[in-house]
Design a protein around this ligand. Structure first.
Ligand code: OKS
Ligand code: ZN
Length: 393
């Protein structure tokens, strides 16, 4: 087709690129979010030999469970698009085997059609289910997306109380906190759109999992947290420490009175259209009013400025009396990060981890990895955060 020819002509000008590319400024560049990030972290954790590192390979049964929990979190047409678009483009010759699908035109506000339908043409549909040009879909994307989502599920399951408290299974055998080395990350994607390197919202999936598998309230006991036993509706606090605002997580729980979302992030940074301090949930007297807190910080913010916001965040979470804590942990707040603008140093992460865990000791916690792109400092920064966290447990 002529479209295919035109794209080929343009592509020839770009030259050889790796499978995943993203648009940055006017340039298509190799994707910053890559498997090398996790490899580096795993190496550092192995070297430190202080942690119980588990490799979780999702069995077929796990994958089925993860997909069905994902369907309770995202729309099914969105998920099947993400799963199938690469092959659909491939079959039409719109993408080469080693390349990735990127959208061309996005769903736009339209006075004549408030709810645009997915375009029939698969080429156009890529832009219906995405909001940026940083979130390509390649041959192996779905595999990684499900593996990452599965970690969100498994992390949640590790925190669950025993379904039969009267039997021998000891609650004390459960970890108090779990860290999941998820990639791709999750906090930007919504129920129907990928973006910011995110396809499935791993934090939302952890919440779906905890809700789905929690035994009925009366059967549970949690001596460390009296709220758990007394409420039939579970409450969740999400603390988002990535440099970027987690627009997807905010949106998914904005009207949910049982999920508090709190984020400290770069002001007016990606994803640009969300993250304002005035986004506090639906107006009173709605039950979800006040269950969203955005704490934007200007470029150049020091760790001192950061801890000021962190204290505010932790205070609100304490007041909320959640049953579980979910942390979106990003290391793009690091001073050298190519996508961040804060002035946070490696040693600050230890203080950060200690402050969070000291304030929220009682809560079973799942920490899920989000961003962070200085690959050779990721392990160090993460181990520092863990040292601080564990020192407070
Ligand atoms: C330009 C960069 C897009 C920013 C994506 C942000 C990803 C992230 N292609 N979110 O937390 O780290
Ligand atoms: Zn980020």
């Amino acid at each position: 087709s002529s479209r295919k020819k035109k794209i080929e002509q343009l592509q020839a000008q770009i030259g050889q690129l790796q499978a995943q590319v993203e648009l940055l400024g006017s340039k298509l560049i190799p994707a910053l979010e890559s498997p090398a990030r996790i490899k580096a972290i795993i190496q550092s954790i192995k070297d430190s030999s202080k942690h119980d590192l588990r490799t979780i390979t999702a069995s077929d049964e796990d994958q089925t469970t993860t997909v069905s929990l994902a369907k309770a979190t995202h729309s099914t047409d969105y998920l099947s698009h993400v799963q199938n678009v690469f092959k659909q483009w491939r079959d039409k010759g719109l993408v080469e085997q080693h390349e990735s699908v990127l959208p061309e035109c996005f769903r736009l506000q339209n006075i004549a059609n408030a709810k645009p339908k997915p375009p029939k043409d698969i080429f156009a549909r890529a832009g219906y289910y995405a909001f940026d040009m940083s979130t390509g879909i390649s041959q192996n994307s779905w595999k990684s997306i499900i593996a990452s989502a599965n970690l969100g599920v498994q992390a949640a399951q590790l925190l669950l109380p025993s379904p039969t408290p009267d039997t021998t299974t000891d609650d004390d055998e459960r970890p108090k906190s779990v860290l999941a080395l998820c990639r791709p990350p999750g906090h930007h994607c919504t129920g129907t759109q990928a973006g910011g390197y995110c396809y499935i919202n791993n934090i939302a999936l952890s919440i779906t999992t905890l809700r789905h598998f929690s035994p009925p309230a009366k059967k549970t006991r949690r001596p460390s947290n009296p709220h758990f036993a007394s409420t039939s509706t579970l409450k969740f606090a999400v603390l988002d420490l990535d440099f970027h605002h987690g627009n997807g997580t905010q949106e998914m729980f904005y009207t949910d009175p049982n999920v508090l979302y709190v984020s400290i992030h770069g002001e007016d940074e990606f994803p640009y259209y969300t993250g304002g301090a005035d986004e506090t949930g639906p107006p009173a007297p709605d039950a979800a009013s006040g269950t969203n807190l955005n704490l934007p910080l200007a470029a150049g913010a020091t760790f001192e400025a950061y801890t000021g916001k962190l204290k505010e965040a932790l205070q609100l979470i304490q007041n909320f009396k959640a049953d579980y804590l979910l942390v979106s942990l990003g290391f793009d707040t690091f001073h050298l990060d190519p996508l961040g603008k804060f002035d946070i140093k490696s040693e600050d992460y230890e203080v950060m981890g200690r402050q969070v865990r000291t304030a929220l000791k009682d809560l079973p916690a799942a920490i899920l990895l989000e961003g962070g792109y200085v690959i050779d400092r990721l392990g160090e920064n993460l181990l520092n955060f863990l040292r601080g966290w564990e020192g407070a447990e």
